[in-house]
Design a protein around this ligand. Sequence first.
Ligand code: HEC
Length: 160
Amino acid sequence: MAAIAFVSFFVALGLGVVLVAMRGGPRGVKDTLERGRRQPMHAGEWGVAAAIALFGLIVPAIVLSSDQAAAGPGGTKLSADHQEGRILFNDRCANCHTLEDAGAVARVGPDLDVLAPTAGLTLNAIEEGRARGQGQMPAKLYEGEDAKHVAEYIAEVAGR
Ligand code: HEC
């Protein structure tokens, strides 16, 4: 709804600008409004109005209705839980791991697209932390539902 109001505002603004331009500046518009229209709209004016309607309303409407919001950097469509997982991942995991779907490119821990861990392995890593290899991953960055959402999200997108 807010998006439509936003778009409408710019359509009105665009039409206003075109009107001013076609009538020879603000004074021309004033004359036109005071005297009323003397002749029907030209084909050219209709063309401009149609172009504004197309780019101001129809194109945004298509984009808004095509559910772009659910598509991440990797273009994958996700359920609400997985989207939640992506947000959590970006918050506390992306600074150490690579995961293309989340747009994460860090190299402290293993590349999760390569590792493609199951939800179980990720849950265990979150629960206990990791400190066997070249670095350290703190335990309990997330707990409960949050940990589950992140783990399931990674299992869904890693390596795709
Ligand atoms: C401070 C950096 C850091 C953060 C933050 C971090 N990790 Fe890690 N992670 C690592 C490192 C380093 C390893 C490898 C540890 C090792 O080799 O012992 C690792 C390992 C892993 C593994 C592989 C575990 C295994 O047994 O192979 C998974 C899965 C994982 N991390 C997921 C996550 C998730 C999910 C988050 C966010 C909740 C996260 N990591 C946050 C550094 C981090």
